[in-house]
Design a protein around this ligand. Structure first.
Ligand code: NAD
Length: 414
């Protein structure tokens, strides 16, 4: 049997929720498809003098709620299908969190570890230039994702600004603070993951302190999630990244791991017991946090998971088939569109600050982040209990109902 594409998988999740609420089929015809997908060629001069042409994409999935928003990914597996799925998830995420945004995603097919910094800069600037016709602070606002950083955002901002002839800090979020980035943004997604876990434990009347955690992926999201969770008293017993997996039943030294990643760009150089990288998912831990890439938990490994609950810090780490297996096994999955929404919440705050030219203290940013995350968690929790549906279905229902209401006023143009 041929596997569904990622966009087909994302669609299945949408259909499930649409069926549950008897969504108007005419509306489904609009929101089941991306509004716009741009494919671009990105020729750049390599350091060795040769020219190489990369392929990039930008998908703006739906803008009913406002300008589209979403990250830019640099990875060999980037594809049109992947950016469509990721842009769809951004749309539902922004709606669930009630942000004035639609969803987008971009990416370039490349192996960033094989490119020098100046090659990456040229590739980023040329990519920005190619997608410029559909970019703008009121049109579409990029942000960091896998293998893109605040520096990448600075290059995008500068390229856009050079073309416009004025400095435009609101064109990207996740940029360095000195350029108008928000305090708390780089930690925001991991922080939001920790807040979601805290709320879940509170709602379940369970003690979070002492709970054991396994984290797949120790980049921006996984690393900060580990830091916030360890401050909340949990024990991080396993972490992995592309380089391998480290385990310690007594709890790993999170700050030591973060320092190691800063210095060596991998966790495996840190002292500790090593196991096979992909064994991370099957560790004995109360909480499993996939924080790497999509499709990690699938029909062939979902029955081996031992965690009591899964929090999706990555986008799309669980396939619909795995969802069904986990549901039968009574392992709740707190979905990506809620769990990792902290990043886009603070991106919104960054955009608001850049538009107004008034910058906030970290306490104010974190207060707003917490308020939004707790509110969205409570909405999902309530729908889950009222309708007896999975947390994913509940999150989709909240997101789609809001978009349906918007269409009820805006109508269908022309
Ligand atoms: P990142 O590039 O900073 O980190 C990715 C991590 O995953 C790295 O540690 C990498 O080594 C690891 N990894 C890659 N392949 C792996 C494998 N097979 N096994 C184990 N680890 C592996 O990226 P990030 O920004 O932390 O994003 C991670 C996920 O979170 C992605 O799905 C992304 O879309 C999602 N996300 C990111 C943000 C954000 O603000 N950065 C916001 C929302 C969602």
């Amino acid at each position: 049997m041929i596997e569904d594409s990622l966009a087909e998988k994302a669609k299945k999740q949408l259909y499930k929720a649409a069926l549950e609420i008897n969504l108007d089929p005419n509306l489904l015809k609009i929101i089941e498809k991306p509004m716009r997908v741009l494919k671009v060629s990105i020729p750049i001069k390599l350091d060795n003098g040769r020219t190489k042409t990369f392929t990039g994409f930008r998908c703006q999935y739906n803008n009913a709620k406002g300008p589209t928003k979403g990250g830019v990914r640099y990875h060999p597996n980037v594809s049109e299908d992947e950016v469509i799925a990721l842009a769809a998830w951004m749309t539902w995420k922004c709606s669930l969190l009630d942000l004035p945004y639609g969803g987008a995603k971009g990416g370039v097919i490349c192996n960033p570890t094989e490119l020098s910094e100046s090659e990456l800069e040229r590739m980023t600037r040329r990519y920005t230039c190619e997608i410029m016709p559909i970019l703008g602070p009121h049109i579409d606002i990029p942000a960091p994702d896998v293998y893109t950083t605040s520096k990448t955002m600075a290059w995008i901002m500068d390229t856009f600004s050079q073309f416009k002839g004025y400095t435009e800090p609101s064109i990207v979020t996740g940029k360095p603070e000195i350029l108008g980035g928000s305090k708390g943004r780089k930690e925001a997604t991991g922080h939001g993951v920790a807040l979601t876990i805290r709320e879940y434990y509170k709602a379940m009347n369970q003690k979070l302190e002492g709970a054991t955690v396994a984290i797949q992926g120790f980049g921006n999201v996984g690393g900060y999630a580990a830091l916030f969770l360890s401050k909340m008293g949990t024990k991080i017993v396993a972490v992995s990244d592309y380089s391998g997996c480290l385990v310690d039943d007594n709890g790993l030294d999170v700050q030591g791991l973060l320092d190691c990643v800063e210095k060596h760009a991998c966790v495996i150089k840190h002292p500790g017991k090593r196991i096979d990288r992909d064994e991370l998912l099957f560790q004995e831990a109360d909480i499993l946090i996939p924080a790497a890439l999509e499709n990690q938990i699938h029909k062939n490994n979902a029955d081996k998971i031992k965690a009591k609950v899964i929090f999706e810090a990555a986008n799309g780490p669980t396939t619909p088939e795995a969802d069904e297996i986990l549901e039968k096994r009574n392992i709740p999955v707190m979905p990506d569109i809620l769990t990792n929404a902290g990043g886009v919440v603070v991106s919104h705050l960054e955009w608001v600050q850049a538009m107004s030219g008034l910058y906030w203290e970290e306490e104010q940013v974190n207060f707003e982040l917490e308020r939004k995350m707790v509110k969205a968690f409570n909405t999902v929790w309530q729908i889950h209990n009222q309708r007896d549906v999975t947390f994913r279905c509940a999150a989709y229902i909240a997101a789609i109902e809001r978009i349906a209401e918007i269409y009820s006023y805006r109508g269908l143009f022309p």
